[in-house]
Design a protein around this ligand. Structure first.
Ligand code: NAX
Length: 333
């Protein structure tokens, strides 16, 4: 029988943590044959919430769940960790400038990267969910010099799934009938959800949209004026309608991100450390179309990028550069 996998979840006492834990313990992330050991990291104020979730996990009597440990000490939380989901982050408070937000999160993700470096397992994989996710992942990777930086990723799978949801509604097909969609750039309003390589039932999405909407110009207008703002603004829409930010959909995306990285996939979206692909400066944590052979996510190279895509990718990458520069100015990188 397979060995037990150690999974560490930070911010485990929060909303996304609560939506993640039970699905992971039920085997939905790593498979029904892989036992898991959960390490839940919180700050002192969040420990009781995580302990409560641990009691409920016990009450589920999941056959795959070997052990649950709650701690506020990063070193013990990451001891032997093979998969880390870094969810806990400092939210933007009233009057907080972007620089303050980056600094507050640098003081979380720097020490967590260092703790991972010191105590995680050799095969550790890390996904950052807590915002600003791309730059938090950059900071964690930079603070873990002994862990190959391609082990660090940030979550844009929620953006990818939101784009699939919008397209499947517009084309009246199932989401799994759409392939080769891509999210480029930052997990922020500047992201570029790109359908130029996407296929629906093997037909280019652009052709299917043109047929449905009455022409190529109409399809292009729908993409720019409806689809793109809807996907990039979906987080804000959820907050407005629900009165609270995305939780179950974010947890679902994080589970799918890890599941597909581990099981392998021919195409999805994830933010990974750039090696200079598509002209994205080396070292930035940027979303790309990616594949996995069961190890790490790798950028799918060689896709043609037209002028519209280039402009939008460059704008989002410029935002990533400015976040990196702001963090450098703080002396963190
Ligand atoms: P909550 O505020 O419900 O939970 C966050 C938890 O993290 C809290 O329990 C808090 O005590 C804990 N925490 C804070 N600092 C910590 C630290 N240094 N170590 C360990 N735990 C710490 O927020 P929730 O709704 O769960 O969202 C969590 C994060 O996900 C936020 O940063 C949010 O912006 C981000 N999101 C990212 C998404 C993505 O697609 N990448 C989408 C959803 C979500 O907005």
């Amino acid at each position: 029988s397979p060995a037990t996998t150690t999974v560490t979840i930070t911010g485990a006492g929060g909303q996304i943590g609560y939506a993640l834990l039970f699905r992971i313990a039920a085997g939905e992330m790593l498979g029904a044959d892989r036992p898991v050991r959960l390490r839940l990291l919180e700050i002192p104020q969040g420990v009781r919430g995580a302990e409560g979730a641990a009691l409920e996990l016990q009450d589920c009597a999941f056959p795959l769940l070997r052990d649950v440990e709650v701690t506020d000490d990063p070193s013990s939380a990451f001891e032997g960790c093979q998969i880390a989901l870094l969810v806990g982050a400092r939210p933007r408070g009233p009057g907080m400038e972007r620089g303050d937000l980056l600094a507050a999160n640098a003081s979380i993700f720097g020490p967590q990267g260092a703790a991972l470096n010191a105590t995680a397992a050799d095969d550790v994989r890390v996904v950052v969910v807590g915002n600003p996710a791309n730059t938090n992942a950059l900071i964690a990777a930079a603070s873990a010099p002994d862990i190959p930086s391609d082990r660090f990723t940030a979550l844009t799978r929620l953006d990818h799934n939101r784009a699939l949801g919008q397209l499947s509604a517009a084309l009246e097909v199932r989401p799994d009938e759409i392939d080769r969609l891509a999210i480029w750039g930052n997990h922020s309003a500047t992201q570029f959800p790109d359908v130029s390589h996407a296929l629906v039932r093997s037909e280019p999405v652009a052709d299917a949209l043109a047929t449905r909407l009455g022409g190529r110009a109409q399809a292009a207008a729908w993409l720019d004026d409806v689809f793109l703002p809807r996907v990039a603004g979906r987080g804000a829409e959820i907050i407005e309608v629900r009165g609270s930010s995305s939780v179950a959909s974010a947890a679902n995306a994080a589970i799918e991100h890890v599941r597909d990285e581990q099981a392998g996939t021919s195409w999805t979206s994830a933010a990974v450390v750039s090696r200079g692909e598509y002209g994205v400066p080396e070292g930035l944590v940027c979303s790309f179309p990616v594949s996995s052979d069961g190890g790490d996510y790798r950028v799918i190279e060689g896709l043609p990028i037209d002028d519209r895509a280039r402009t939008r990718i460059d704008a989002s990458v410029a935002e990533l550069v400015s976040e990196r520069d702001a963090v450098r100015a703080l002396g963190v990188l």
